[in-house]
Design a protein around this ligand. Structure first.
Ligand code: VGL
Ligand code: ZN
Length: 206
């Protein structure tokens, strides 16, 4: 009798580790690039790795520049709810939208792009910001039998948190690795996101 080899945990979802969210980028997250060694090492410990990529057209409605007179980081009301207006970032095909050069891509089974509809933002890897329009990631994970997810990347309080909350709502078992994530922290958004993830049953590890 041979013991069954310990199965690797299911899926690692790496959120938006792109140049524009790293130091020097247009929406730089403090120390965003500090997570790279840890993320790269984590990839080897999962059955499947999914990378997401924020992927906006230049006329995207989440850009302050597309709302005359509006300042970056101000809020507007969109048909689907409140929306932060961001500096122009992750424009399709731009250097800022590329993955950070040190991000290991070899083990990525899937690269999911989001935020390409000019009318609606998409923080989450699962749904656009109306919390209804699916990206297809749920179907991908279910079809492959991947039900336990670890989520990390940029930024903790926006795309990571929205992805984790949606995944929990869909019934996945979700862990967020805070040590492999960094936050924007806009007006208390990090504390808010942590509180919401805890309340939703997301496991938080450091
Ligand atoms: C993100 C703001 C705008 C993120 C993306 O990846 O957290 N934040 N677009
Ligand atoms: Zn974006």
């Amino acid at each position: 009798m041979h013991p069954k080899p310990e199965a690797l945990p299911d899926a690692l979802i790496v959120i938006d580790v792109q140049n524009d969210f790293c130091p020097g980028g247009s929406l730089a997250v403090t120390d965003g690039d500090a997570i790279l060694p840890r993320i790269n090492a984590m990839m080897r410990a999962f059955q499947s790795v999914v990378l997401t990529q924020d992927w906006h057209p230049a006329n995207h409605s989440s850009f302050a520049a597309n709302h005359p007179g509006a300042e970056p980081f101000s809020m507007i009301e969109m048909p689907y709810g409140p929306q932060v207006l961001w500096p122009v970032h992750c424009v399709q095909g731009s250097r800022g939208a590329d993955f950070h050069a040190d991000l290991s891509l070899d083990r990525a089974a899937m690269i999911l792009r989001k935020g390409y509809d000019p009318k609606i933002d998409s923080y989450s890897a699962f749904f656009e910001n109306d919390r209804k329009t699916p990206t297809g990631l749920e179907g991908y994970l279910r079809a492959r039998g991947l039900s336990e997810l670890t989520i990390a990347g940029l930024a903790t309080d926006f795309c990571v948190a929205y992805s984790a909350l949606d995944a929990a709502r869909l019934g996945f078992a979700v862990t967020v690795d805070l040590g492999a994530s960094r936050a924007i922290d806009l007006n208390g958004s990090l504390a808010d996101a942590i509180g919401q993830m805890r309340a939703a049953g997301v496991r938080l590890v450091d």
